[in-house]
Design a protein around this ligand. Structure first.
Ligand SMILES: Nc1ncnc2c1ncn2[C@@H]1O[C@H](COP(=O)(O)OP(=O)(O)OP(=O)(O)O)[C@@H](O)[C@H]1O
Length: 312
């Protein structure tokens, strides 16, 4: 048992009939860390999060949550909160009434913290509106507020950023950062690599029930080889000519049609890209913008999952 770990999973397997949803999954999540779970549809993310929430039990393997070994009975460990497949809410009640009802269900009917939780997720002004009229993003925020009421030490969120507008995203990221700073571990799944990169100290990539990568996103990004970059310079024609003449750099056709004539899209690994930039600047052409077209995490994720599919 390792008390510094909020989650310690070893060799977790979960089957649904013939379907292998999880196949030998190891996972360590330290307290105070935000851990991202990513993977294509059907990879096993929701299944794994469900095990952490005590909604199901693994068929084999060991699982410790907040230092407590999880047995073979379906039960949530104290200190764990969150949701999979969207938060369970009462549509005919207001946001505030929903939180009060959940607090009552959990026993004691404690209403302390409801106002703070609503304010923290940015729902203070709609606290007395019925949830029936709430958008997906507002429901997600209310689900998070419900989890906050329990002062969790492990928060588990399945696609909680779904439907959030930029303000909602900022609020939710702020809440998660604050929780992590206070020592709460957060495990979240997301299809948004930019969210994962912005929030998570560590990421686990699952594909067809197996772990393809686990570690800091920066490590994954460093391992990725060639990426597509958009390059904006003071002389696109010269940049195109120089890109074509730099070893290890390829021009990506169709870039101008998609992004305009000022943009040159090149495919290269970092050393060749450095060489191109040096060549461009040496030729008296100014570099105004250079950025990967897709994030390094997304690109590495696609490459890793594609290579795993090819092995299968
Ligand atoms: N209750 C169930 N009964 C039968 N099969 C299931 C059940 N739950 C999940 N599965 C199967 O297990 C596999 C993993 O599903 P899971 O929902 O965990 O994936 P996911 O990574 O969350 O996918 P998505 O990104 O689409 O939400 C899939 O093949 C799915 O069809």
């Amino acid at each position: 048992m390792d008390a510094s770990l909020a989650v310690r999973a070893r060799g977790i397997a979960k089957y649904f009939g013939e379907v292998v949803a999880l196949d030998g999954v190891d996972l360590d999540v330290a307290q105070g860390r935000i851990h991202g779970l990513v993977g294509p549809n059907g990879a096993g993310k929701t299944t794994l999060l469900g095990l952490l929430l005590g909604l199901a039990v693994a068929d084999s393997g060991e699982l410790e949550i907040l230092g407590v070994p999880v047995g073979r009975t379906v039960a949530a460990v104290d200190g764990v909160a969150g949701f999979v497949d969207g938060p369970g809410l009462y549509p005919s009640l207001t946001a505030r009434q929903n939180l009060a009802a959940l607090a009552a269900l959990r026993g004691g009917g404690r209403t302390a913290g409801i106002e703070e939780a609503l304010a923290e997720v940015g729902l203070g002004e709609v606290a007395d509106d019925r949830v029936r009229g709430f958008s997906l993003g507002m429901r997600q925020r209310l689900g998070l507020a419900a989890a906050l009421l329990t002062r969790p030490r492990l928060l588990v969120l399945d696609e909680a950023a779904n439907g959030l507008d930029p303000a909602g995203k900022r609020d939710v990221h702020g809440v998660l950062d604050r929780l992590a700073a206070d020592g709460t571990a957060v495990v979240l799944s997301s299809h948004r690599m930019d969210d994962v990169e912005a929030l998570c100290a560590e990421v686990t990539i699952l594909a067809t029930g197996r772990i393809v990568f686990s570690g800091p996103p920066a490590k994954l990004a460093a391992e990725s080889r060639e990426l597509d970059y958009r390059l904006v310079t003071s002389d696109p024609a010269a940049a195109r000519r120089l890109a074509a003449g730099t070893d290890g750099v390829r021009l990506v056709e169709g870039g101008a049609a998609r992004y305009g004539d000022a943009v040159v899209v090149v495919r290269a690994a970092v050393p060749a890209l450095d060489e191109l930039v040096a060549n461009v600047v040496r030729s008296g052409v100014a570099v105004r913008e250079l950025a990967p077209l897709v994030s390094p995490l997304e690109s590495a994720f696609l490459a890793l999952t594609a290579s795993q599919e090819a092995v299968r």
